[in-house]
Design a protein around this ligand. Structure first.
Ligand code: SIN
Length: 532
């Protein structure tokens, strides 16, 4: 079964009648990938950086564990590559992984020059261990606030650069392309409530993932996969969407959203126990708590089912002397809910965490449309395979953002602003009003459906049921969408459709994609990518 086609544009428009803004480089997203790419490009022209919320609203801001990089004496890019390939379940693109691990150290050094302050001890950078890494190679900042520190340093630089124009509260809706060339994007400006065409010589999507597809997620509200869904509708190839990473340990608490309990807590020695207080990870994998993420998430799910509990326990009491110093953010959040991790077990359960598939790019961040690039979580560069190695994502944002800037600088003479001024595009297919629906209720239903039927363990019957439901909800594409919430829901429905179809097609289990009805990896028939 293939996904039913969606309309090319989500809105009716006529380019000759709407406001147009011209620029050299149009970047969407203000996480590590978008900010870093802006800083690598502004010396060659004006950058407009669009972000859906405010500058700091991104998944990067919430990243705890850190950034994986082979900088230590006893480590090497080769070892980092081995770990990445192994965690990726024989599904990574080795060329892309080699780029990641060999160019990563230089990019991280530059991040430090740009002002990011990683934690140090006696003048040397502190590193920690995370799951499936042979070496402690995770740099971190302010204990468990690595992402927030990176956002602070990069956004300070971006704000202070005159040639980078930040535009907040702008939701991109559609790719403006003719034949196979991208000329920019349509966007809803929520400051003025108007539709604007941003026309650019080069467009870069760094618009993040889609954790909001699931009712349990560690991701912030903004992660609705807008860039991936928009790209797909605009004729850009997307791939590997069935591989969605579930983090094993999000805080389980009725009164709290799913707050991440970093894998670094297990890296520092915390133990998983079922609700009877029994450790269980040794019976699932020799690396126990530090087994690859997909294995730990499934083991926890099995223990929860077996013991009819909604959570398992993370025993971090052995690291009590340093918990509050090493993990101040987690400590503060737990204490606010009445859990002192130095004395009590932390209740945890898996939650959707990372979109491993996405916009298909080559190792220079190029998509199949000329002048359209993508980097960060919205992409599928091939570095994560079927299961992302912990803390490789921040590194990916840097390395491929840097490569995009290099490639654009090489290509710069070939793009022309004149063509942008001549561009004539319009679309008029949506009815003004089709059928009333409650956006927020529909979104919640979709999230529940995805969690229950397209989550950590999947099977053909559940996936087919999910597709039936998703198809019923496609009526929303008949009418013109108005608000950010409408567009986000539309994008989530598109991604739900693509992910569920891919998950149904892939009749094997590999990395984060686990089919109860096809529990084994099938390298003979399925070492291939599903591309839409
Ligand atoms: C964590 O801190 O456990 C998250 C790190 C990551 O997702 O790479």
């Amino acid at each position: 079964m293939l996904p039913k086609m969606f309309s090319r544009y989500l809105i009716n428009f006529d380019l000759s009648k709407i406001k147009k803004i011209y620029t050299d480089f149009l970047i969407v997203g203000s996480g590590i990938a978008g900010l870093y790419t802006s800083l690598k490009l502004y010396d060659k022209g004006e950058v407009i950086l669009l972000t859906k919320g405010n500058l700091k609203e991104s998944s990067t801001e919430h990243a705890q564990g850190g950034i994986a990089v082979a900088l230590g004496d006893k480590d090497s890019p080769r070892l980092h590559m081995e770990d990445t390939l192994k965690a990726g379940a024989n599904f990574c693109d080795p060329e892309a992984v080699e780029v990641l691990v060999t160019e990563g150290p230089k990019c991280v050094e530059e991040l430090i020059e740009l002002g990011t302050e990683f934690d140090k001890i006696e003048g040397k950078y502190k590193t920690t261990l995370e799951a499936a890494h042979q070496k402690p190679r995770i740099l971190h900042a302010r204990g468990d606030a690595t992402g927030a520190e990176i956002e602070r340093s990069l956004s300070e630089k971006v704000i202070n650069e005159n040639k980078i124009k930040i535009r907040e509260n702008i939701l991109v809706t559609d790719i403006l392309a003719e034949h196979t060339t991208c000329y920019g994007l349509l966007a809803l400006d929520n400051n003025t409530n108007e539709i604007i065409a941003y026309l650019a010589k080069s467009t870069i999507l760094a618009s993040g993932g889609a954790g909001q597809l699931f009712s349990n997620t560690t991701n912030p509200d903004v992660t609705t996969g807008d860039g991936i869904a928009m790209a797909y509708r605009g004729g850009v190839k997307v791939t590997d969407l069935e591989f969605f990473q579930f983090h094993p340990t999000a805080l389980y608490h009725q009164e709290s959203p799913k707050f991440l309990i970093s894998e670094a807590v297990r890296g520092e020695g915390a133990i998983l126990k079922n609700i009877k207080g029994e450790p269980f990870m040794h019976s699932y994998h020799p690396l126990a708590e530090l087994a690859p993420r997909d294995i730990v998430a499934r083991a926890i799910t099995e223990q929860m089912k077996k013991n009819k509990s909604d959570y398992v326990c993370l025993d971090a009491t052995k690291i009590k002397d340093k918990f509050s110093q090493r993990f101040p953010t987690i400590h503060k959040n737990c204490i606010a809910l009445g859990i002192n991790p130095e004395k009590k077990y932390i209740p945890v359960a898996p939650a959707a965490h990372y979109t491993m598939g996405g916009i298909k790019t080559d190792t220079w961040g190029q998509t199949n449309l000329t002048n359209l690039y993508a980097c960060g979580e919205c992409t599928s560069t091939g570095v994560h395979g079927a299961n992302r190695l912990a803390s490789n994502s921040l590194l990916e944002g840097l390395v491929f953002g840097n490569r995009i800037a290099q490639k654009i600088k090489e290509n710069i003479t070939y793009s022309s602003i004149n063509k942008l001024e001549e561009l004539k595009l319009s679309y008029n297919a949506h009815q003004k009003k089709y059928k009333e629906y409650n956006t927020m209720e529909l979104k919640k239903e979709l999230q529940k459906l995805m969690w229950n039927k397209v989550g950590i363990t999947r099977n053909s019957s559940d996936l087919k049921k999910a597709l039936q439901k998703i198809n019923q909800w496609k009526f929303i594409f008949k009418s013109e969408l108005k608000t950010t919430e409408n567009f986000e829901l539309a994008n989530l429905i598109i991604l739900a459709d693509l992910i569920t179809n891919s998950a149904l097609q892939r009749e094997e289990s590999r990395g984060a994609h686990y089919r109860e009805d096809f529990p084994d990896r099938d390298d003979i028939n399925w070492k291939k990518h599903i591309v839409y």
